[in-house]
Design a protein around this ligand. Sequence first.
Ligand code: GSH
Length: 215
Amino acid sequence: MLTIWGRRSAFNVQKVLWLMGELGLAYERIEAGGDFGGLDDPAFRTLNPHGRVPLLRDGDVLVWESHAILRYLAARHGEGTFWSPDPARRVAADGWMDWSQTALQPAFLTGVFWGGYRTPEALRDEQALAAALERANRLMRRLEAQLEGRDYLLGETLSLADIPTGTNLYRYFELEIDRPSLPRVEAWYARLQARPAYAEHVMVPFGDLKGRLAF
Ligand SMILES: N[C@@H](CCC(=O)N[C@@H](CS)C(=O)NCC(=O)O)C(=O)O
């Protein structure tokens, strides 16, 4: 039995739950983080020394870091769909996953979502927020370019490349922010929204996070 620790409102947890849904995996989810707390408990720290969610347990195997979990689940359960034994086929998704973690997520999730929505108005650095939005919009235009002639980032079917990048879209399109024209990204987002696992695990209202920097 797979066990996943993490609250449903956590962006990094949502990526993993979405993939688990796509793979049709059965699992137990334990609430952790945010108002549920528990991340500093010694018992949790022995499982994940970093005190963060998501955390996955599969028998004796413990996996932390959302992208490590995505790759682990894809390798274990997604051969032929989300995983290929051929490194040359995997690497395209790897690139977008790492780009999402190191470029898009810092610009959008940290810079715009945290810097804007999660920061109380009086504490906001408007200049930094505007710069982050510009950066995020520029990166969204890269996705727009990649989607030319493709339904999903790597072609006709959903792949690991779509999971971390696509998880940004719900918040990106829900926030009241200036966005450039992104018709292909919007069409991609519509395709993702039509997937039951995306609707269930990523389209999670985030009103309880407004103006809250505590976690
Ligand atoms: N790089 C890590 C980041 C993990 C992380 O920071 N998770 C956040 C939730 S998205 C967390 O644990 N926050 C503390 C909390 O929820 O209380 C990953 O991708 O798994």
